[in-house]
Structure formats: structure tokens, C-alpha cells
Design a protein around this ligand. Sequence first.
Ligand SMILES: N[C@@H](CCC(=O)N[C@@H](CS)C(=O)NCC(=O)O)C(=O)O
Length: 382
Amino acid sequence: MIDEHAPYTVYKADMSYFSGKLEAYMRYKDIPHTPVDVDMVIMNRDIYPSTGVRKVPAVKCANGEWLFDTTPMMQWFEQRYPTAPILPDDPALAFMALLLEDYGDEWLWRPSMYWRWEQAASRRLLAWRIGVLANMGSLVAKLFGRYYASRQRKEWLWNDGVDRQNIAEVRDLYLQELAFLQSVFEKQPYILGSHPSAADFGYFGSMFRHFGNDPDPAEVMRREAPAVYEWLARLWNCKAGRLPAEQRWNVPAGEQWQQLLSRLTADYLPYLQQNAEAWRAGKKRFDFSGKSVSFRQTVTTRYRVWCLQQLQCRFAELDDESARIVAVWIQPYGGEAILRGEIIDSGMDDELRLPKADKPRSSLPAKHRFSIKEALLGRPRN
Ligand SMILES: N[C@@H](CCC(=O)N[C@@H](CS)C(=O)NCC(=O)O)C(=O)O
């Protein structure tokens, strides 16, 4: 099939969670693209004025249209590059892959922020690197890096439900994922079997660009979970065309899977549900209470209302037998009731529909035009 949208320009940043996820996927599928490092000039000259969106990764198609948000983006690419699909042909496993992708994207964000910004060596290195990559002179880079690091700590941790009571639990979320993934990769090369699936790419965001790269968590990974360290290189170097055409998938089983499913369905899904309820009630913050961790006054996120809505719609589309199989995997922890529960509409379907047209500057509302304050401070929340 000829892809009239190719070749793509992938605007990315090398320390960015979601850029790592998308690039690994595009490399795996051999999708023709040119990576471009984003700095403030490129963001404010090439991306923001034509889209009104300021986040990476951002993909520009050959015809000038744009793609944002890795989950819908990868689904969009799957229709154009269907060989070696990243969703297993078995519908129950395909659902599990999407659930794991979402969990990796959203739930591992907080521990990634902890390990990057609360650990001294990582914080200092990353603060410095961000200033340097933004093409700033050394003194400005130093000051900007410090400012950026303190903003990240505040915004994503201390002003978002992390406190002295739960900080150790946030730290340990990473260690638990390492134990889970290590046990999986001792048996098979990818999370669900012989080939990378959406689950691998979902985990890759945090594992590759944060945990496997930032000095403190990377050393923990090398020591505690060498098979995870090996998987990072394996997936980064993996090309679908070099793997056997036949994909073999395995069902989740074993102690480490049980623990993962418990975190997924007794912490993450309740978090999504409570976030959606808070959003509907117009609350900017809410007290989250899960089985193993709780966050007081965490910020309500509209994007994650959409995440739950997507999972619920996918679950509702499953045939009875596949839904029953998924329910057996997640039921012991109450996950099924949430997936079958009332769907709260985030109203984001249009905003997240791809591709997005390239808008002439003048058609953007005034709030989307360039502002120094926004250039420095403004940022989307996922
Ligand atoms: N849901 C989006 C998230 C994109 C996103 O949040 N990207 C972060 C970097 S990893 C970002 O651009 N944040 C804006 C900022 O840091 O100013 C995706 O899957 O791509």
C-alpha cells in the first residue's frame, strides 16, 4: 500500500517519555521518517503556531497534516502499516495489550517523575541537559535547568498528591515494575510473547527515556533487572521485517503477573474512575484512594477521562467469550465493574481525532498565538 502521508517528520526530544515510545514503534515498523530535535525555537516557530498544540512528539505528514498523542497515533499507523500488528489477533489479548499500554503511559509517569526529579544525580544532570538542549548559553542553561527541575518537582509530585506518607510507595512503583518485567523477559523476548505489542511500547516510554537513561534508576535497572535492560536495546533495535512472520502470544500467568494485574486493576483503574468522576463534578483536584497507594488532592486530568472512556468502549466491543476471559484476569481486583461501568464522556474525541489539519496562523484563536509567558511556562498536561 502506498502511504500518501509519508515521509513523516517526527519532532521529538531525546529525554521525552512519549518520544521514545513513538520512535521505537516507527523504527519497528520501518515507517519512513526524519527525526528532528525540538528546541524552543522549533516548537514556537514550526509546531505551536500551526497546530495550537505544544507537546512532543509531534508528527508532520508529507501533506502538511499533523499527528499528536502516541496512542491514537500508533492506531492510525497500524491501519497503514498492518504487517506485524502490535495487537494480538486474539481479542482478549489485544485488549490486555491496550490496557497495559495505557497503564505504562499514564500510571508510570509519576514514578518516572520521582526518579528523574527527586534523585539528586538525575535531577542535576537532567536540569543541565535540558538547558543545553534548549540551545542556551551555559549560565542561562544552568539557571533555566534549575528552574525547570523545581517546576517539574512541584507540578508532577509535590503539588499533585505526592507527600511524605506516600513518597516511598511512588518510588517503589518502579521497583515493582522491574520485578514484573524481569520475570517476563526471563521467559520470552516481549511482554506478551514473541513480538512487540502495544504493551511493550506503552512500557517503553518510561523505561527507555527515563528509567533506563537517568543515572539513578538506570543503575538500579542494571543491577536488579538486567533482562529489562537487555529488552530496552532489543526493542530499540527491533525491526518487524527481521522477525518471523508468525506471532506467538502467551496468556498472562504466574505470581508476577498477578501482582501486576492487582496494581492495574486495584490502583490504576480506580484512579481513572475517580479522576473521571471528579472531572464530571467539575473538581480541579480530588483525593484518590487505591488499594496500595493514595494521593491527596491530585490534579484532575481530562485526557485520562478519555483514556478510561477508550478502554470501556474497547471492552464493550469484545465478544462474550473474550470479555469473560479478560474478566477472569482482572476480576479478583474489581477491574471488570469499572470497565462495565457508566462511561463518562470526556468530549475529547474530536480533539484527538487524527490527522489534524495544518492551520494558518491567523485562524488560531488569540490564546494560541505566541506568548513569551506560555513559551516558558505553558505546558499541556499529557
Ligand atoms: N499523551 C501524549 C503525551 C505527550 C506529552 O505529554 N509529552 C510531554 C513530553 S514526554 C510534553 O510534551 N510535555 C510538555 C512540556 O514538557 O512542556 C502522547 O502520548 O504523546
